[in-house]
Unconditional design. Sequence first.
Length: 164
Amino acid sequence: MSAALKEMAPEPHDFRKAMGSFAAGVTVVTVCHEGRLVGTTVSAFSSVSMDPPLVMVCLKRDSRTLAALGQAGSFCVNILASDQGDLAYRFAKSGADDRFALTVVEAGVGGHPLLAGAVAAVECDLHAAHDGGDHEILVGRVLRVAVDDAKAPLVYVRGGFLNA
Ligand SMILES: Cc1cc2nc3c(=O)[nH]c(=O)nc-3n(C[C@H](O)[C@H](O)[C@H](O)COP(=O)(O)O)c2cc1C
């Protein structure tokens, strides 16, 4: 990186604060790899394209979920409901081996877990992976979706849940 560009980089605290003011939904990205259930909380999720239907998630390079997803070649994005804040924290806790212990799941396409009580499930094949700095940008081609219109989504902003 050139010295001029480096000088223009924001302070990490300011960058985090600015990005934290962008309200985002909360998902749990799940993978079943070799019979093992893996998943983590992800707010860096977005739709990308309608035709073909593509979405993207960003996962930290050291994420265990990223490793399993890369090997499985497919995954499920569970969009959490407003009463699933505890679940979001459980799936974010590092070192917690059995994140699925208190959660009812159903096997979706490729066996990836669909979490009971979520607003929506978006099941994908891994379409592409791109460099995203200390994260990896994973583009998924959507195979199937399920939506529960009766539920309100969980919203994460300024380091907390808006309507939990
Ligand atoms: C609300 C919330 C949103 C998060 N969003 C992301 C995200 O978009 N990408 C990411 O890599 N980690 C995100 N995390 C952090 C991961 O969930 C956390 O680092 C987790 O321990 C990673 O688990 P793994 O290594 O088993 O995949 C988020 C955590 C919380 C609480």
